[in-house]
Write a protein that binds this ligand. Sequence first.
Ligand SMILES: *[C@@H]1O[C@H](CO)[C@@H](O)[C@H](O)[C@H]1NC(C)=O
Ligand SMILES: *[C@@H]1O[C@H](CO)[C@@H](O)[C@H](O)[C@H]1NC(C)=O
Ligand SMILES: *[C@@H]1O[C@H](CO)[C@@H](O)[C@H](O)[C@H]1NC(C)=O
Ligand SMILES: *[C@@H]1O[C@H](CO)[C@@H](O)[C@H](O)[C@H]1NC(C)=O
Ligand SMILES: *[C@@H]1O[C@H](CO)[C@@H](O)[C@H](O)[C@H]1NC(C)=O
Length: 465
Amino acid sequence: MYLIWCTLFLASQINAMDNLRVAFEWKVVDFLYPSQEERSLALQNKAFIPENNIPMGLEVYKDRLFITIPRWRPGVGASLAYIYLNDTLDNPVLRPYPNWEAHKMRSNDESPEIVSPFRIRADQCGRLWVLDTGFTDIAEDTLRDLRPPRLLVYDLHNDELLRTHTIPLDQKNNDSFFANIAVEDHDCEDSYAYLADLNKPGLVVYSWKSQSSWLVKNNYFHFDPLAGALNVSGVEFVWSDGIFGLALSGPDSEGFSTLFFHPMISYNEYSVSTRILRNETLASRSFHEFKLLGSRGPRSQSGASFFHKKSNVLFYALINLNAVACWRTTNPHYDMISQGRIFMSNETMVFPNDIKVDNEDNVWVLSDKLPIFLYKNLDYNEVNFRILTAKVADAIRGTTCDSKLVVIPTIVDKIKPIMKNNELMMNTNGNSNNMNTNRDMRSSSNRIYHTTFVLVSLTVFAILY
Ligand SMILES: *[C@@H]1O[C@H](CO)[C@@H](O)[C@H](O)[C@H]1NC(C)=O
Ligand SMILES: *[C@@H]1O[C@H](CO)[C@@H](O)[C@H](O)[C@H]1NC(C)=O
Ligand SMILES: *[C@@H]1O[C@H](CO)[C@@H](O)[C@H](O)[C@H]1NC(C)=O
Ligand SMILES: *[C@@H]1O[C@H](CO)[C@@H](O)[C@H](O)[C@H]1NC(C)=O
Ligand SMILES: *[C@@H]1O[C@H](CO)[C@@H](O)[C@H](O)[C@H]1NC(C)=O
Protein backbone atom coordinates (compact mmCIF):
# COMPACT_ATOMS: atom_id res chain seq x y z
CA MET A 1 0.00 0.00 0.00
CA TYR A 2 2.72 2.50 0.97
CA LEU A 3 4.57 1.55 -2.16
CA ILE A 4 1.60 2.20 -4.42
CA TRP A 5 0.99 5.59 -2.85
CA CYS A 6 4.61 6.38 -3.06
CA THR A 7 4.75 5.64 -6.77
CA LEU A 8 1.55 7.55 -7.29
CA PHE A 9 2.77 10.68 -5.57
CA LEU A 10 6.16 10.45 -7.11
CA ALA A 11 4.70 10.07 -10.59
CA SER A 12 2.60 13.17 -10.13
CA GLN A 13 5.55 15.07 -8.75
CA ILE A 14 7.80 14.23 -11.67
CA ASN A 15 5.03 15.03 -14.09
CA ALA A 16 4.51 18.46 -12.57
CA MET A 17 8.05 19.67 -12.11
CA ASP A 18 9.80 22.34 -14.12
CA ASN A 19 6.64 24.02 -15.34
CA LEU A 20 8.14 27.44 -16.08
CA ARG A 21 8.54 28.68 -19.65
CA VAL A 22 10.93 31.29 -21.00
CA ALA A 23 9.07 34.56 -21.60
CA PHE A 24 12.04 36.76 -22.57
CA GLU A 25 15.72 36.11 -23.19
CA TRP A 26 18.78 38.11 -24.13
CA LYS A 27 22.26 37.38 -25.40
CA VAL A 28 23.20 40.98 -24.66
CA VAL A 29 20.93 43.88 -23.72
CA ASP A 30 20.25 47.03 -25.69
CA PHE A 31 18.40 50.23 -24.86
CA LEU A 32 15.90 52.33 -26.74
CA TYR A 33 17.79 55.60 -27.25
CA PRO A 34 15.93 58.74 -28.33
CA SER A 35 17.66 58.38 -31.72
CA GLN A 36 20.19 56.22 -33.56
CA GLU A 37 22.66 59.12 -33.40
CA GLU A 38 22.47 59.25 -29.61
CA ARG A 39 22.95 55.48 -29.37
CA SER A 40 25.99 55.63 -31.65
CA LEU A 41 27.42 58.50 -29.64
CA ALA A 42 26.88 56.59 -26.35
CA LEU A 43 28.68 53.56 -27.83
CA GLN A 44 31.46 55.75 -29.15
CA ASN A 45 32.17 57.59 -25.89
CA LYS A 46 31.66 54.40 -23.82
CA ALA A 47 28.65 55.74 -21.94
CA PHE A 48 27.08 52.49 -23.17
CA ILE A 49 29.15 49.27 -23.21
CA PRO A 50 26.55 46.58 -24.01
CA GLU A 51 28.44 43.60 -22.48
CA ASN A 52 28.74 45.39 -19.10
CA ASN A 53 24.96 45.47 -18.66
CA ILE A 54 23.49 42.60 -16.65
CA PRO A 55 19.79 42.47 -15.68
CA MET A 56 19.29 41.64 -12.01
CA GLY A 57 16.05 42.64 -10.27
CA LEU A 58 12.58 42.36 -11.78
CA GLU A 59 9.02 43.48 -11.14
CA VAL A 60 5.81 43.21 -13.14
CA TYR A 61 3.03 45.78 -12.99
CA LYS A 62 0.11 45.74 -15.42
CA ASP A 63 1.57 45.73 -18.97
CA ARG A 64 5.17 46.52 -17.99
CA LEU A 65 8.05 44.38 -16.76
CA PHE A 66 10.69 46.37 -14.88
CA ILE A 67 14.35 45.34 -14.76
CA THR A 68 17.28 46.72 -12.78
CA ILE A 69 20.71 46.83 -14.41
CA PRO A 70 23.14 47.75 -11.60
CA ARG A 71 26.36 49.59 -12.40
CA TRP A 72 28.71 46.65 -11.73
CA ARG A 73 31.00 47.99 -14.46
CA PRO A 74 31.22 51.20 -16.52
CA GLY A 75 28.90 51.68 -19.49
CA VAL A 76 25.48 50.86 -18.08
CA GLY A 77 22.89 52.55 -20.31
CA ALA A 78 20.20 53.00 -17.67
CA SER A 79 20.16 51.16 -14.33
CA LEU A 80 16.35 50.89 -14.26
CA ALA A 81 14.34 50.05 -17.35
CA TYR A 82 11.23 48.26 -18.56
CA ILE A 83 9.85 46.25 -21.44
CA TYR A 84 6.21 45.62 -22.36
CA LEU A 85 4.76 42.19 -21.67
CA ASN A 86 3.76 41.98 -25.34
CA ASP A 87 7.36 42.56 -26.50
CA THR A 88 9.19 39.90 -28.50
CA LEU A 89 10.69 36.94 -26.67
CA ASP A 90 14.16 37.44 -28.15
CA ASN A 91 16.26 40.42 -27.06
CA PRO A 92 13.47 42.93 -26.31
CA VAL A 93 14.95 46.42 -26.17
CA LEU A 94 15.03 48.09 -22.73
CA ARG A 95 13.32 51.46 -22.17
CA PRO A 96 14.80 53.65 -19.42
CA TYR A 97 12.57 54.26 -16.38
CA PRO A 98 11.17 56.78 -15.75
CA ASN A 99 13.12 58.47 -18.61
CA TRP A 100 16.67 59.07 -19.91
CA GLU A 101 16.99 62.24 -17.85
CA ALA A 102 16.91 60.25 -14.57
CA HIS A 103 19.98 58.23 -15.64
CA LYS A 104 22.10 60.93 -17.15
CA MET A 105 25.69 60.95 -15.85
CA ARG A 106 26.60 64.60 -15.47
CA SER A 107 29.63 66.45 -14.16
CA ASN A 108 31.26 65.00 -11.04
CA ASP A 109 29.22 66.97 -8.55
CA GLU A 110 25.82 66.13 -10.01
CA SER A 111 24.80 62.49 -9.82
CA PRO A 112 21.91 60.94 -11.72
CA GLU A 113 18.55 60.63 -10.01
CA ILE A 114 18.89 56.84 -10.08
CA VAL A 115 22.41 55.42 -9.67
CA SER A 116 22.33 51.66 -9.21
CA PRO A 117 19.27 49.93 -7.77
CA PHE A 118 19.46 46.16 -7.20
CA ARG A 119 15.81 45.48 -6.41
CA ILE A 120 12.47 47.19 -6.84
CA ARG A 121 8.89 46.56 -5.72
CA ALA A 122 5.56 47.66 -7.18
CA ASP A 123 2.89 47.83 -4.46
CA GLN A 124 -0.87 47.34 -4.75
CA CYS A 125 -1.33 51.12 -4.52
CA GLY A 126 0.38 51.76 -7.86
CA ARG A 127 3.73 52.92 -6.48
CA LEU A 128 7.14 51.67 -7.58
CA TRP A 129 9.62 51.52 -4.70
CA VAL A 130 13.22 51.70 -5.92
CA LEU A 131 16.02 50.88 -3.48
CA ASP A 132 19.13 52.56 -4.86
CA THR A 133 22.49 51.32 -3.52
CA GLY A 134 24.07 54.60 -4.70
CA PHE A 135 27.22 52.77 -5.90
CA THR A 136 28.81 52.77 -9.31
CA ASP A 137 31.53 50.44 -10.69
CA ILE A 138 30.66 47.90 -7.97
CA ALA A 139 32.87 45.16 -9.44
CA GLU A 140 35.77 47.51 -10.23
CA ASP A 141 38.68 49.03 -8.31
CA THR A 142 37.04 52.35 -9.11
CA LEU A 143 34.01 51.56 -6.89
CA ARG A 144 32.44 54.83 -5.78
CA ASP A 145 29.36 55.92 -3.89
CA LEU A 146 27.85 58.51 -6.20
CA ARG A 147 25.05 58.97 -3.70
CA PRO A 148 24.18 57.62 -0.27
CA PRO A 149 21.69 54.71 -0.39
CA ARG A 150 18.19 56.05 -1.04
CA LEU A 151 14.64 54.92 -1.38
CA LEU A 152 12.82 56.47 -4.36
CA VAL A 153 9.09 56.04 -4.83
CA TYR A 154 7.44 56.60 -8.22
CA ASP A 155 3.80 56.88 -9.14
CA LEU A 156 3.16 54.14 -11.71
CA HIS A 157 0.13 56.00 -13.07
CA ASN A 158 2.23 58.87 -14.44
CA ASP A 159 5.82 57.78 -13.60
CA GLU A 160 6.43 60.87 -11.48
CA LEU A 161 8.78 60.79 -8.51
CA LEU A 162 6.63 60.95 -5.39
CA ARG A 163 9.27 60.84 -2.72
CA THR A 164 12.91 60.19 -1.89
CA HIS A 165 14.25 59.06 1.46
CA THR A 166 17.99 59.01 2.12
CA ILE A 167 19.04 56.37 4.66
CA PRO A 168 20.23 58.43 7.64
CA LEU A 169 23.90 58.15 8.66
CA ASP A 170 23.11 56.50 12.01
CA GLN A 171 21.31 53.63 10.24
CA LYS A 172 24.24 52.51 8.08
CA ASN A 173 28.01 52.48 7.92
CA ASN A 174 30.65 52.48 5.18
CA ASP A 175 30.13 48.77 4.57
CA SER A 176 26.38 49.06 4.08
CA PHE A 177 24.89 47.58 0.95
CA PHE A 178 21.14 47.83 0.44
CA ALA A 179 20.23 45.10 -2.05
CA ASN A 180 16.66 44.02 -1.33
CA ILE A 181 13.29 45.49 -0.39
CA ALA A 182 9.86 44.28 0.73
CA VAL A 183 6.82 46.55 1.02
CA GLU A 184 3.88 46.10 3.41
CA ASP A 185 1.06 47.78 1.52
CA HIS A 186 -2.27 46.67 3.07
CA ASP A 187 -2.92 50.33 3.90
CA CYS A 188 -1.72 52.70 1.16
CA GLU A 189 -1.41 55.64 3.57
CA ASP A 190 0.27 53.59 6.31
CA SER A 191 2.69 51.45 4.29
CA TYR A 192 6.09 50.20 5.44
CA ALA A 193 9.19 49.35 3.45
CA TYR A 194 11.77 46.88 4.78
CA LEU A 195 15.26 47.51 3.41
CA ALA A 196 17.90 44.80 3.82
CA ASP A 197 21.50 45.89 4.37
CA LEU A 198 23.34 42.65 3.57
CA ASN A 199 26.77 43.82 4.66
CA LYS A 200 26.36 45.67 7.94
CA PRO A 201 24.00 43.67 8.35
CA GLY A 202 20.74 45.33 9.33
CA LEU A 203 17.13 45.96 8.42
CA VAL A 204 15.97 49.54 7.93
CA VAL A 205 12.23 50.02 8.38
CA TYR A 206 10.66 52.99 6.57
CA SER A 207 7.23 54.37 7.42
CA TRP A 208 5.42 56.06 4.52
CA LYS A 209 3.15 57.90 6.97
CA SER A 210 5.81 59.32 9.30
CA GLN A 211 8.37 59.70 6.46
CA SER A 212 11.04 58.35 8.79
CA SER A 213 13.10 55.19 9.17
CA TRP A 214 14.83 53.24 11.91
CA LEU A 215 17.38 50.46 12.11
CA VAL A 216 16.67 46.96 13.39
CA LYS A 217 19.58 44.70 14.29
CA ASN A 218 19.44 40.99 15.00
CA ASN A 219 21.89 38.09 15.22
CA TYR A 220 19.81 36.18 12.66
CA PHE A 221 20.71 38.77 9.99
CA HIS A 222 24.34 37.57 9.94
CA PHE A 223 25.80 35.13 7.43
CA ASP A 224 26.74 31.58 8.40
CA PRO A 225 30.53 31.22 8.01
CA LEU A 226 30.06 27.53 7.18
CA ALA A 227 27.89 28.30 4.13
CA GLY A 228 30.06 30.75 2.20
CA ALA A 229 31.63 28.52 -0.46
CA LEU A 230 29.56 28.42 -3.64
CA ASN A 231 29.97 26.58 -6.92
CA VAL A 232 27.81 27.72 -9.80
CA SER A 233 28.39 25.86 -13.07
CA GLY A 234 31.96 25.13 -12.03
CA VAL A 235 32.74 28.73 -11.00
CA GLU A 236 33.87 28.58 -7.37
CA PHE A 237 33.70 31.65 -5.14
CA VAL A 238 33.15 32.65 -1.52
CA TRP A 239 30.50 35.16 -0.44
CA SER A 240 29.56 36.55 2.97
CA ASP A 241 26.19 38.23 2.38
CA GLY A 242 23.90 38.65 5.37
CA ILE A 243 20.15 39.37 5.39
CA PHE A 244 18.81 39.20 1.86
CA GLY A 245 15.59 37.25 1.23
CA LEU A 246 12.54 39.22 2.42
CA ALA A 247 8.97 38.02 1.90
CA LEU A 248 5.85 39.47 3.54
CA SER A 249 2.70 37.46 4.24
CA GLY A 250 -0.79 38.95 4.07
CA PRO A 251 -2.09 40.80 7.17
CA ASP A 252 -3.23 38.98 10.30
CA SER A 253 -6.41 40.05 12.16
CA GLU A 254 -4.55 43.05 13.62
CA GLY A 255 -3.12 44.11 10.26
CA PHE A 256 0.42 42.83 10.74
CA SER A 257 2.33 40.65 8.27
CA THR A 258 4.87 37.97 8.97
CA LEU A 259 8.26 38.75 7.45
CA PHE A 260 10.01 35.59 6.25
CA PHE A 261 13.71 36.32 5.90
CA HIS A 262 17.11 34.72 5.42
CA PRO A 263 20.73 35.75 4.98
CA MET A 264 21.98 34.79 1.51
CA ILE A 265 24.89 32.86 2.99
CA SER A 266 22.87 30.52 5.20
CA TYR A 267 20.68 27.42 4.94
CA ASN A 268 18.13 28.71 7.44
CA GLU A 269 14.81 30.50 7.18
CA TYR A 270 13.57 32.88 9.90
CA SER A 271 10.41 34.85 10.57
CA VAL A 272 9.22 37.81 12.65
CA SER A 273 5.95 39.73 12.87
CA THR A 274 5.93 43.28 11.54
CA ARG A 275 4.22 44.17 14.85
CA ILE A 276 7.75 43.95 16.24
CA LEU A 277 9.61 45.59 13.35
CA ARG A 278 7.24 48.55 13.07
CA ASN A 279 8.01 49.61 16.64
CA GLU A 280 11.65 50.64 17.02
CA THR A 281 11.68 50.12 20.80
CA LEU A 282 10.03 46.75 20.58
CA ALA A 283 12.29 45.57 17.77
CA SER A 284 15.44 46.19 19.79
CA ARG A 285 14.05 44.47 22.88
CA SER A 286 12.37 41.40 21.44
CA PHE A 287 15.07 38.93 20.43
CA HIS A 288 12.81 35.96 21.13
CA GLU A 289 10.11 37.24 18.78
CA PHE A 290 12.47 36.41 15.89
CA LYS A 291 11.94 32.72 15.09
CA LEU A 292 14.13 30.12 13.43
CA LEU A 293 11.83 28.10 11.14
CA GLY A 294 14.43 25.51 10.17
CA SER A 295 17.12 24.54 7.72
CA ARG A 296 16.74 23.58 4.04
CA GLY A 297 19.88 21.43 4.11
CA PRO A 298 23.25 21.44 2.34
CA ARG A 299 23.92 23.72 -0.67
CA SER A 300 20.59 25.50 -0.13
CA GLN A 301 21.87 29.10 0.03
CA SER A 302 18.99 31.28 -1.08
CA GLY A 303 18.75 34.73 -2.63
CA ALA A 304 15.44 36.39 -3.44
CA SER A 305 12.13 35.11 -2.08
CA PHE A 306 8.49 36.07 -2.52
CA PHE A 307 5.30 35.26 -0.65
CA HIS A 308 2.15 34.60 -2.73
CA LYS A 309 -0.80 35.62 -0.57
CA LYS A 310 -3.57 33.57 -2.24
CA SER A 311 -1.74 30.25 -1.94
CA ASN A 312 0.34 31.01 1.18
CA VAL A 313 3.34 29.69 -0.75
CA LEU A 314 6.83 31.09 -0.29
CA PHE A 315 8.88 30.99 -3.48
CA TYR A 316 12.65 31.28 -3.25
CA ALA A 317 15.78 31.04 -5.37
CA LEU A 318 18.41 28.37 -4.70
CA ILE A 319 21.46 30.19 -6.07
CA ASN A 320 23.88 27.31 -5.52
CA LEU A 321 21.62 24.71 -7.18
CA ASN A 322 20.38 26.60 -10.27
CA ALA A 323 16.88 26.07 -8.93
CA VAL A 324 13.71 27.72 -7.70
CA ALA A 325 11.84 26.04 -4.87
CA CYS A 326 8.84 26.61 -2.63
CA TRP A 327 7.54 26.07 0.87
CA ARG A 328 3.91 26.15 1.92
CA THR A 329 3.87 28.48 4.92
CA THR A 330 0.89 26.68 6.50
CA ASN A 331 3.14 23.61 6.79
CA PRO A 332 4.18 23.24 10.44
CA HIS A 333 7.52 21.75 9.37
CA TYR A 334 10.42 23.58 7.78
CA ASP A 335 13.13 21.13 6.80
CA MET A 336 14.69 19.55 3.74
CA ILE A 337 11.75 17.31 2.95
CA SER A 338 9.04 19.95 3.22
CA GLN A 339 10.50 21.99 0.34
CA GLY A 340 9.08 21.65 -3.15
CA ARG A 341 11.01 21.83 -6.37
CA ILE A 342 9.60 24.34 -8.87
CA PHE A 343 12.28 24.46 -11.54
CA MET A 344 15.88 23.39 -11.90
CA SER A 345 18.20 23.71 -14.89
CA ASN A 346 21.92 24.15 -15.39
CA GLU A 347 21.09 25.83 -18.67
CA THR A 348 18.11 28.18 -18.26
CA MET A 349 18.23 28.72 -14.47
CA VAL A 350 21.90 29.50 -13.85
CA PHE A 351 21.79 31.93 -10.94
CA PRO A 352 18.11 32.76 -10.33
CA ASN A 353 18.48 36.38 -9.22
CA ASP A 354 14.95 37.65 -8.57
CA ILE A 355 11.43 36.27 -8.08
CA LYS A 356 8.09 38.05 -8.05
CA VAL A 357 4.43 37.09 -8.37
CA ASP A 358 2.27 39.68 -10.18
CA ASN A 359 -1.34 40.64 -9.44
CA GLU A 360 -2.61 38.06 -11.95
CA ASP A 361 -0.91 35.19 -10.07
CA ASN A 362 1.93 34.71 -12.52
CA VAL A 363 5.28 33.85 -10.98
CA TRP A 364 8.29 35.48 -12.69
CA VAL A 365 11.94 34.50 -12.28
CA LEU A 366 15.02 36.25 -13.69
CA SER A 367 18.20 34.18 -14.15
CA ASP A 368 21.41 35.91 -15.24
CA LYS A 369 24.61 33.81 -14.74
CA LEU A 370 25.94 36.52 -12.40
CA PRO A 371 28.96 34.54 -11.10
CA ILE A 372 30.12 33.91 -14.67
CA PHE A 373 29.72 37.63 -15.45
CA LEU A 374 31.72 38.53 -12.31
CA TYR A 375 34.46 35.88 -12.25
CA LYS A 376 34.74 34.51 -15.79
CA ASN A 377 33.39 35.85 -19.06
CA LEU A 378 29.94 35.55 -20.51
CA ASP A 379 29.75 34.19 -24.03
CA TYR A 380 27.68 36.78 -25.89
CA ASN A 381 26.94 34.34 -28.70
CA GLU A 382 24.66 32.39 -26.38
CA VAL A 383 21.61 33.34 -24.32
CA ASN A 384 22.76 34.80 -20.99
CA PHE A 385 19.72 36.38 -19.34
CA ARG A 386 16.27 34.87 -19.11
CA ILE A 387 12.91 35.68 -17.62
CA LEU A 388 10.77 32.62 -16.96
CA THR A 389 7.13 32.53 -15.98
CA ALA A 390 4.10 30.36 -15.18
CA LYS A 391 0.79 30.59 -13.37
CA VAL A 392 1.39 29.92 -9.67
CA ALA A 393 -1.05 27.00 -9.83
CA ASP A 394 0.94 25.41 -12.67
CA ALA A 395 4.29 26.10 -11.04
CA ILE A 396 3.39 24.39 -7.77
CA ARG A 397 1.14 21.66 -9.17
CA GLY A 398 2.09 18.28 -7.78
CA THR A 399 4.80 19.66 -5.49
CA THR A 400 4.66 19.65 -1.69
CA CYS A 401 3.44 23.26 -1.97
CA ASP A 402 0.25 22.28 -3.77
CA SER A 403 -2.87 22.02 -1.63
CA LYS A 404 -4.38 19.73 -4.25
CA LEU A 405 -2.00 17.04 -5.32
CA VAL A 406 -3.28 15.98 -8.71
CA VAL A 407 -3.27 12.26 -9.33
CA ILE A 408 -2.53 10.83 -12.75
CA PRO A 409 -5.70 9.09 -14.07
CA THR A 410 -3.98 5.95 -15.40
CA ILE A 411 -2.49 5.19 -12.01
CA VAL A 412 -5.79 5.99 -10.30
CA ASP A 413 -7.50 3.34 -12.43
CA LYS A 414 -4.93 0.77 -11.42
CA ILE A 415 -5.29 1.39 -7.71
CA LYS A 416 -9.06 2.04 -7.60
CA PRO A 417 -9.86 -1.40 -6.16
CA ILE A 418 -7.43 -0.79 -3.34
CA MET A 419 -8.78 2.67 -2.72
CA LYS A 420 -12.35 1.40 -2.46
CA ASN A 421 -11.40 -0.89 0.35
CA ASN A 422 -9.51 1.73 2.21
CA GLU A 423 -11.87 3.10 4.80
CA LEU A 424 -9.32 5.44 6.30
CA MET A 425 -8.77 7.18 3.04
CA MET A 426 -12.43 7.57 2.17
CA ASN A 427 -13.11 9.08 5.59
CA THR A 428 -10.53 11.78 5.35
CA ASN A 429 -10.85 12.38 1.69
CA GLY A 430 -14.15 12.39 -0.12
CA ASN A 431 -12.50 13.18 -3.39
CA SER A 432 -9.66 10.82 -4.11
CA ASN A 433 -8.24 13.15 -6.74
CA ASN A 434 -7.80 16.05 -4.37
CA MET A 435 -5.73 15.74 -1.28
CA ASN A 436 -4.96 18.51 1.11
CA THR A 437 -1.42 17.84 2.18
CA ASN A 438 -1.42 20.17 5.11
CA ARG A 439 -4.67 18.99 6.58
CA ASP A 440 -3.48 15.43 6.18
CA MET A 441 -0.17 16.15 7.78
CA ARG A 442 -1.82 17.70 10.78
CA SER A 443 -4.29 14.89 11.32
CA SER A 444 -2.86 12.68 14.04
CA SER A 445 -5.12 9.82 13.02
CA ASN A 446 -3.70 9.85 9.57
CA ARG A 447 -0.15 8.67 9.83
CA ILE A 448 -0.36 6.89 6.50
CA TYR A 449 -0.40 10.15 4.57
CA HIS A 450 2.39 11.63 6.55
CA THR A 451 4.53 8.58 5.97
CA THR A 452 3.79 8.72 2.28
CA PHE A 453 4.46 12.42 2.21
CA VAL A 454 7.82 11.94 3.88
CA LEU A 455 8.80 9.11 1.55
CA VAL A 456 7.82 11.08 -1.52
CA SER A 457 9.48 14.23 -0.32
CA LEU A 458 12.67 12.33 0.35
CA THR A 459 12.62 10.93 -3.16
CA VAL A 460 11.84 14.32 -4.63
CA PHE A 461 14.61 15.91 -2.66
CA ALA A 462 16.98 13.22 -3.83
CA ILE A 463 16.07 14.25 -7.36
CA LEU A 464 16.54 17.91 -6.52
CA TYR A 465 20.05 17.28 -5.23
C1 LIG B 1 2.02 46.41 -26.53
O1 LIG B 1 1.58 47.03 -25.33
C2 LIG B 1 1.73 48.44 -25.32
C3 LIG B 1 1.35 48.95 -23.95
O2 LIG B 1 0.23 48.29 -23.44
C4 LIG B 1 0.88 49.06 -26.42
O3 LIG B 1 1.07 50.46 -26.42
C5 LIG B 1 1.29 48.47 -27.75
O4 LIG B 1 0.44 48.93 -28.77
C6 LIG B 1 1.23 46.95 -27.73
N1 LIG B 1 1.82 46.44 -28.96
C7 LIG B 1 1.29 45.45 -29.64
C8 LIG B 1 2.02 45.02 -30.86
O5 LIG B 1 0.25 44.91 -29.29
C1 LIG C 1 33.51 56.31 6.06
O1 LIG C 1 33.66 57.08 4.87
C2 LIG C 1 33.85 58.44 5.11
C3 LIG C 1 33.85 59.17 3.78
O2 LIG C 1 34.27 58.35 2.74
C4 LIG C 1 35.15 58.64 5.88
O3 LIG C 1 35.35 60.01 6.17
C5 LIG C 1 35.06 57.87 7.18
O4 LIG C 1 36.29 57.94 7.88
C6 LIG C 1 34.73 56.42 6.93
N1 LIG C 1 34.50 55.76 8.19
C7 LIG C 1 35.02 54.59 8.50
C8 LIG C 1 34.65 54.04 9.82
O5 LIG C 1 35.75 53.97 7.73
C1 LIG D 1 32.28 22.56 -8.70
O1 LIG D 1 31.40 22.04 -9.70
C2 LIG D 1 32.07 21.35 -10.75
C3 LIG D 1 31.01 20.85 -11.72
O2 LIG D 1 30.10 21.87 -12.06
C4 LIG D 1 32.87 20.19 -10.21
O3 LIG D 1 33.60 19.60 -11.25
C5 LIG D 1 33.81 20.68 -9.11
O4 LIG D 1 34.46 19.58 -8.51
C6 LIG D 1 33.05 21.43 -8.05
N1 LIG D 1 33.97 21.94 -7.04
C7 LIG D 1 33.84 21.67 -5.74
C8 LIG D 1 34.85 22.28 -4.83
O5 LIG D 1 32.95 20.98 -5.31
C1 LIG E 1 6.29 50.51 21.08
O1 LIG E 1 6.41 49.51 22.05
C2 LIG E 1 6.60 50.02 23.33
C3 LIG E 1 6.93 48.87 24.26
O2 LIG E 1 5.97 47.85 24.14
C4 LIG E 1 5.34 50.77 23.75
O3 LIG E 1 5.51 51.31 25.04
C5 LIG E 1 5.09 51.90 22.76
O4 LIG E 1 3.88 52.53 23.04
C6 LIG E 1 5.06 51.36 21.34
N1 LIG E 1 5.05 52.47 20.42
C7 LIG E 1 4.14 52.59 19.48
C8 LIG E 1 4.26 53.78 18.60
O5 LIG E 1 3.26 51.77 19.31
C1 LIG F 1 23.98 20.03 -17.18
O1 LIG F 1 23.37 18.84 -16.74
C2 LIG F 1 23.46 17.78 -17.67
C3 LIG F 1 22.63 16.66 -17.14
O2 LIG F 1 22.84 16.42 -15.79
C4 LIG F 1 24.92 17.43 -17.89
O3 LIG F 1 25.01 16.41 -18.84
C5 LIG F 1 25.67 18.66 -18.37
O4 LIG F 1 27.04 18.39 -18.45
C6 LIG F 1 25.47 19.83 -17.42
N1 LIG F 1 26.05 21.01 -17.99
C7 LIG F 1 26.76 21.88 -17.25
C8 LIG F 1 27.25 23.09 -17.98
O5 LIG F 1 27.02 21.72 -16.07
